[in-house]
Design a protein around this ligand. Structure first.
Ligand SMILES: O=C(CO)[C@@H](O)[C@H](O)COP(=O)(O)O
Length: 218
C-alpha cells in the first residue's frame, strides 16, 4: 500500500546521509499519508543503505503498525503525536546533526543572527524539553514548543533536532537549514559576539521569503 509515499520517504533518507545529518542508523523521516489517518516511517535500526521503499513501515496515528515487515522507528509514537496535534504538518524529520545537537546539549536556542535564519525560521530556533525515547513525550515537547514559535525546527534538549513541514521534503529542508545555521552561528561565536537581527527586520525577511522567494507558481 501507498507505494508513492513509501518511495518519497525512502528517498528522503538519502538526503539525511547526503547532508551529513546522521550517523549509522540514527535519525528518521516520516510522511503523513494524504487523506488517511496513517503515516509512513523508516524501520528502527536498519542501515540507510537498506532503506528501500518496501522497507518502510505504515502505522496509524497512534503508532500501531498497519503494514510492514520491520519494527518501526523508536520515534514513531512521537511522530504520530505530532501528526495528531498539528494537522497542517505532512512530514517530520529527526536528526542528531552535530552542530544543532551541540546547541541542544547546552539547552540553548540558536539566536536569529543571520538572514537565512530569519527566512526559514522566522526567529530563533527554540529548545524543547528533555524527554525519554519510545513514548509520545517527545511529540508532546515538539508540539508544545513549536506552537509558540514560527520555527519549523526544535532543538530537543540533550537529544537533537525535530523538524516539521507541510511536506516531508519541506521538513528535510528545515533540518538541513537548521544544521547549517547552527554551524555558522557556532563559528561566529568563535570570532566574536553574533549580533541579533532586530525583530522588525526578522519579520520582514520571513514575510518576503514566504511570499516571494523562488519561482512563482506555474
Ligand atoms: O534518537 C534516537 C535514539 O537516541 C533515535 O531516533 C535514533 O536516532 C533512530 O532510531 P530509529 O529510527 O532507528 O529507531
Amino acid at each position: 500500500m501507498f507505494d508513492d509515499v513509501r518511495t518519497i520517504v525512502a528517498e528522503l533518507h538519502g538526503e539525511l546521509t547526503g547532508h551529513g545529518l546522521v550517523a549509522w542508523t540514527s535519525g528518521n523521516v516520516s510522511a503523513r499519508v494524504p487523506g488517511k489517518d496513517l503515516l509512513v516511517i523508516k524501520p528502527s535500526g536498519v542501515r540507510y543503505s537498506d532503506l528501500t521503499a518496501g522497507a518502510m513501515v505504515v502505522c496509524d496515528l497512534h503508532g500501531e503498525v498497519v503494514e510492514g515487515e520491520w519494527s518501526p522507528s523508536s520515534d514513531t509514537a512521537a511522530h504520530a503525536y505530532v501528526y495528531r496535534h498539528m494537522p497542517e504538518i505532512g512530514g517530520i524529520v529527526h536528526t542528531h546533526s552535530p552542530y544543532a545537537s551541540a546547541w541542544a546539549a547546552c539547552g540553548e536556542p540558536i539566536p536569529c543572527v543571520l538572514t537565512a535564519m530569519a527566512d526559514e525560521f522566522g526567529g530563533e530556533i527554540p529548545v524543547g524539553p528533555f524527554a525519554l525515547i519510545g513514548g509520545d513525550d517527545i511529540g508532546r515537547g515538539v508540539v508544545a514548543t513549536l506552537r509558540g514559535s514560527r520555527s519549523p525546527a526544535v532543538l530537543m534538549r540533550n537529544h537533537g533536532v525535530f523538524a516539521v513541514g507541510r511536506t516531508p521534503a519541506a521538513a528535510v529542508k528545515a533540518a538541513v537549514m537548521c544544521e547549517d545555521v547552527a554551524r555558522t552561528t557556532h563559528l561566529a561565536r568563535q570570532l566574536g559576539t553574533p549580533r541579533p537581527i532586530p525583530g522588525e527586520d526578522v519579520h520582514r525577511l520571513h514575510d518576503r521569503y514566504r511570499r516571494a522567494y523562488g519561482q512563482p507558481p506555474a
